[in-house]
Ligand binder design. Structure first.
Ligand code: PEP
Ligand code: MN
Length: 357
């Protein structure tokens, strides 16, 4: 990756929270030395899970952000979680605000913010909601789009998961493709800090985001990360930030030699053909679900037979292992197929019950 800049990628960097004027200014100056085009972030009001921990310094920090912009030329952004906070940001003339994960979950709040944004041109970054409900994220973006014409950027910060997992927030990378299918022109950046939750994981998450074609990164950066008042374990120094960006391996959007282009085309044609065959097979399988549904209704048999389902799942797992296909993938695939079979059969039973009535 070139060191003079980020190519066409966006970098949002700065501490989790603005803690003091010195901390903000020193961090900003060190970031700007390598990335003058970065957007400087710092949380002014911090949404914490429980009261009693550091909740941000509030309004006063907006002046520090103004000073960052005046002295480094970087654009500045903070989180606004209420109309009152948004109005303070607008008065302070910030370049951008972000809507946090705890706000995106709440359409009432998002609508209030969208209304308060009317008539402004401030850039709005929208983080994904805490839990993996894409429609909330989509809805929040649509509400902002309906209110303002300004730039909107989606920020993928991962999702809470009950499973123990190496990341603080599960990335569920497929949401990237899903969001792109709803908003093909939407810029989307990856908040690697809140996904990783720990310094050693940051590099690989940043690389994954680059490989998947994200438009940039949000990276929590603090002049003294170990002393940070929030999210200390995931913040890095501006020096480490620079190393991380330099260590990224650039990827080409597509191969450039004729042989590989032809090969890729061939394989993609095969995939298209197989996708089509998969659909035809699924259709055939669903046909039998329909027939079974009718029979179960007629003979008054319950839709769901746990032993039968367990046998299918075990058998498919075993077959999957023979074929060297990832077992988690097989499991998820068959859960989806089975859900659809159950839905079809329930529909048949309900339809016939209505007739009886
Ligand atoms: C943050 O960026 O510091 C933050 C609180 O983010 P999120 O809303 O993603 O938890
Ligand atoms: Mn944080």
């Amino acid at each position: 990756m070139e060191t003079s800049g980020l190519g066409n990628k966006m970098l949002v960097a700065g501490p989790c929270s603005a803690e003091s004027r010195e901390q903000v200014m020193q961090t900003a100056q060190a970031i700007a030395a390598n990335y003058p085009n970065a957007i400087f972030r710092a949380g002014v009001w911090k949404p914490r899970t429980r009261p009693g921990s550091f909740e941000g310094v509030g309004e006063e920090a907006l002046e520090w952000l103004q000073e960052v912009r005046a002295t480094t030329g970087m654009k500045v952004i903070t989180e606004a979680a209420s109309t009152k906070q948004l109005e303070s940001c607008l008065r302070a003339g910030l370049d951008a605000i972000w809507i946090g994960a705890r706000t995106t979950v709440n359409p009432f709040l998002v609508q209030e913010l969208a209304d308060a944004l009317k008539g402004t041109s401030i850039t709005v970054m929208v983080k994904n909601p805490i839990h993996p409900d894409i429609s909330l994220w989509r809805g929040a973006i649509e509400r902002i789009q309906e209110s303002v014409n300004s730039d909107i950027i989606a920020v993928h910060r991962g999702f809470h998961s009950f499973e123990t997992y190496e990341f603080r927030n599960h990335p569920r990378w497929q949401v990237h493709f899903e969001m792109k299918s709803y908003f093909p022109d939407l810029k989307m950046i990856c908040d690697i800090s809140h996904i990783a939750g720990a310094r050693p994981l940051l590099q690989s998450v940043a690389q994954e985001a680059l490989d998947l074609g994200y438009d940039g990164w949000m990276i929590e950066t603090h002049i003294h990360p170990d002393a940070a008042l929030s999210d200390a374990q995931q913040q890095i120094t501006p020096t480490r930030l620079h190393e991380l960006i330099q260590n990224l391996e650039p990827r080409l959007p597509s191969p450039i030699d004729a042989m590989s282009i032809a090969q890729l085309k061939n394989w993609r044609d095969e995939i298209d053909r197989l996708n089509d065959e998969l659909l035809v097979l699924l259709k055939e399988r669903l046909h039998y679900s329909n027939l079974i549904g009718e029979l179960k209704k007629e003979k008054n048999v319950s839709i769901f037979q746990p032993e039968r389902w367990k046998t299918i799942l075990d058998e498919m797992n075993r077959r999957g292992m023979d074929l060297n296909i990832n077992d988690g993938f097989i499991r998820n695939l068959f859960i989806q197929i089975h859900d659809e079979s159950v839905r079809i059969q329930a529909e048949i039973i309900n339809r016939e019950e209505k007739k009886v009535l």
